[in-house]
Design a binder for this molecule. Structure first.
Ligand code: ADP
Length: 463
């Protein structure tokens, strides 16, 4: 049901996007046409008025020169087609017509609609033919007379109507282009999302966590989303694999102590009258169960630190102080093995860390250094600052780590070949790395077989 819903959502999203795109495209084009139409209309009207205004000025000049008589005479003398083109009327102060020339096409019945005013103004009146219009300009003449000059704007109207028809013819293919173009662009743009949906479906269907979203060359949020999604899948994959491995390891590593526990208990039960044997068996059982408990607790700690679920009580911690206290703690063990533990520490070096966890990290490394050093050898712990970092190193002159093991030592429950005879759970270094990384630091190892090993931790200094 959920996959059906997501399918629907994907479809409607791309459809919505193409419709929106087409809509914007069409509205934009129509807007552009309307704008162009009004611009051209305005220009045409302005041109018409300019022509009429020129005429008015000419007639006003004639009138000023020789009065109404001169105006009339010169009007009829004109050799151009003025009489056929322009409507001219002069009205007196009492609206009496003093002169009128009506060209073909002008509707004489509309003369009354021109108001008897002497001030400048413009008006538009219908012509004889249907759809024909005339633009009339009114201007004053001295002596309270009014001059009315008109010209047919039919040609301009025809031009605008031609523009309208052409626009309408064009708008249809533009609409199609908008819809098809929008659809194609949207289809292309959301391809990474479709791939992503398909990948999620495949994973849900097959359970194959190794499936990844195909990565196409490109930039932008969609491609970033795909990259991040793949990265997240990688992380989930490695977490699940690590969980499987841990479970396998735990199951494997619990089998031995549990079998031993059972063996000891069985053996003690066979001779239950022997009290001292029973007590010894109980002590063995306790020791074994303690070991199992430590193993489980450490495993939990490592898992918590690795997944970021561990609660760290961060405070300012003095590195030299912690190292000194840990070395002191291991004094007895070192003495037993006649190992000299030396330190070279600065006056003070502060880091932001969880004190207990940091102590455990140093403790694990010092413990290992002592464990894997032969009697009478030397262990050296040092700390110094390097730019914004505190560098802590724990080195020994012990057995060293074989090159083929060096990458495995960080794995949970891994124990090197030479360490089988020594006590340990194979969890110390996984714990060290998980805690250091949870503090935002790094840890690395340098080792030479039979010469010694150095572990180097790098953590940000407190500011
Ligand atoms: P454990 O010490 O309990 O076996 P660790 O996780 O602490 O587990 O170490 C993993 C493995 O790394 C060890 O079994 C050992 O083989 C190797 N190792 C760790 N520290 C040292 C060291 N200082 N010198 C040599 N080998 C080491």
């Amino acid at each position: 049901m959920s996959s059906k819903t997501s399918n629907k959502a994907g479809l409607s999203f791309s459809l919505k996007l193409s419709i929106l795109y087409a809509l914007f495209f069409v509205i934009g084009s129509i807007g552009l046409f309307v704008f162009a139409y009004y611009l051209i209309g305005g220009l045409v009207e302005q041109r018409e008025r300019e022509i009429i205004r020129d005429r008015i000025q000419e007639y006003q000049a004639w009138y000023e020169e020789g009065g109404l008589h001169a105006l009339k005479a010169r009007f009829y003398e004109q050799s151009d087609n003025t009489r056929d083109i322009f409507f001219v009327r002069i009205v007196g102060p009492f609206n009496q017509v003093l002169f009128v020339s009506i060209p073909e096409g002008f509707d004489a019945n509309k003369l009354d609609s021109i108001p008897p005013t002497q001030t400048d103004f413009w008006l538009s009146i219908k012509g004889q033919a249907e759809n024909s219009t005339w633009t009339v300009g009114v201007a004053p003449l001295s002596g309270g007379l009014a001059l009315q000059v008109g010209k047919s704007s039919t040609q301009s109207q025809e031009l605008l109507s031609y523009f309208r028809t052409v626009s309408l013819i064009f708008i249809v293919p533009i609409l199609f282009l908008g819809i098809i173009g929008g659809g194609l662009l949207t289809f292309r743009a959301i391809r990474p999302i479709r791939n992503l949906i398909q990948t999620v479906r495949d994973i849900l269907k097959t359970g194959k966590m190794s499936t990844r979203v195909p990565v196409a060359a490109g930039r932008g949020e969609m491609y970033e989303l795909v990259d991040l999604f793949n990265e997240m899948l990688d992380k989930n994959d490695s977490l699940i694999r690590a969980m499987h491995e841990s479970l396998d390891n735990v199951a494997h590593d619990l089998r031995t102590p549990m079998t031993r526990l059972r063996g000891v208990a069985e053996f003690a039960l066979q001779d239950s009258q022997n009290q001292s044997a029973c007590q010894e068996a109980l002590a063995d059982c306790m020791e074994e169960s303690e070991r199992v408990l430590t193993m489980l607790n450490t495993l939990m700690d490592v898992a918590e630190a690795e997944t970021g679920a561990m609660r760290l009580d961060i405070t300012e911690v003095s590195v030299p102080e912690v190292i000194r206290s840990v070395v002191e703690l291991y004094e007895v063990v070192a003495e037993e093995k006649q190992i000299t533990v030396t330190t070279s520490l600065p006056e003070d070096l502060l880091i932001n860390a969880d004190l207990t966890r940091f102590q455990q990290v140093i403790g694990n490394l010092v413990d290992n250094a002592l464990k894997y050093s032969g009697d009478g050898r030397q262990v050296h712990v040092s700390a110094h600052e390097e730019a914004d970092y505190a560098i802590i190193s724990v080195s020994d002159k012990g057995v060293g780590i074989p090159p083929d093991e060096i990458n495995k030592i960080w794995d949970r429950l891994y124990r090197g070949d030479h360490s089988r005879s020594k006590r340990g759970l194979g969890l110390g270094l996984s714990f060290v790395r998980a805690i250091v990384q949870a503090h935002g630091g790094t840890v690395k190892v340098e080792s030479q077989l039979d010469k010694g090993t150095t572990f180097i931790i790098r953590l940000a200094r407190a500011k």
